[in-house]
Design a protein around this ligand. Structure first.
Ligand code: CTP
Ligand code: CA
Length: 226
């Protein structure tokens, strides 16, 4: 059985983590959301706290915040715009950012003030959406000393797609996973990831618990910021 060990490697370091899905309002009673459980981001925040870092978690929709280390400061957000604002507010001051959140990619162009009623003359409804702000890309453009870790959720061409994200978002690491693989997707306790960095070949890690993936990601960050 795994023993959760604490150490003090990261004492004095500040780490910002995002977790869970963002939601985009359609009208006062409906939203667009996704199935993210937030487990991976929560595991990373916990691993950072257990290594002694000061950790802030910006949480969208997450399944169980109860498993969060009590030393972690939590900011709750709903929409992508709110998450973007919270991340940018905290970013200047941190040593590392891990964007594990499942950020909504599109938001309704307008949020209806009143509940959208069914039109008796039509069986269809068209929603107009626009892209949300790309938080990881935006911080990639303003980053200075900060070490930035992003994720890539892919269903095909994992390495090519994830490598594009590494370059286009100016991240230091992309943690890529194939979300169509059985047993490692949304809500699962395990993950199988490939680590992409700028000057090394991609490193495929075996399937392991999200806790262990988190600990190994914190080890990689420690190597870079200490
Ligand atoms: N991300 C973000 N802001 C967005 C969308 C994604 O910060 N509006 C971040 C995610 O938190 C993740 C990384 O960007 O760390 C990659 O997310 P992913 O969904 O894999 O890629 P996208 O850039 O959204 O592209 P696509 O979904 O089309 O593959
Ligand atoms: Ca996306």
């Amino acid at each position: 059985q795994a023993i959760l060990q604490s150490d003090d490697r990261l004492v004095g370091k500040k780490i910002l983590v995002t977790a869970g899905g963002t939601q985009e309002d359609i009208d006062p009673v409906r939203f667009i959301g996704n199935h993210s459980s937030g487990k991976m981001g929560i595991a990373i925040a916990n691993a950072a706290a257990q290594a002694g870092a000061s950790v802030t978690l910006i949480a969208g929709q997450v399944k169980n915040l109860a498993t969060l280390d009590s030393r972690i400061l939590v900011t709750r957000v709903t929409s992508t715009n709110d998450m973007a604002q919270a991340v940018k507010h905290d970013f200047t001051d941190v040593d590392a950012l891990v964007m594990a959140a499942a950020v909504a990619d599109f938001q309704p162009i307008t949020r209806a003030d009143q509940k959208i009623k069914k039109n008796p003359d039509s069986d269809e409804l068209t929603l107009r959406l626009r892209k949300t702000p790309d938080i990881l890309k935006q911080v990639g453009q303003i980053k200075r000393h900060q070490f930035v870790v992003g994720f890539a959720a892919e269903t095909q061409n994992l390495l090519q797609n994830a490598n594009k994200k590494l370059i286009q978002k100016n991240a230091d690491i992309i943690v890529a996973n194939n979300v169509s693989n059985p047993g490692v997707g949304f809500g699962s306790d395990d993950n199988q990831v490939t680590i992409l960095t700028r000057n090394h070949e991609p490193e495929k890690w075996p399937k392991m618990s999200k806790q262990l993936v988190a600990k190994k990601i914190i080890d990689l960050i420690s190597d870079q910021i200490l």
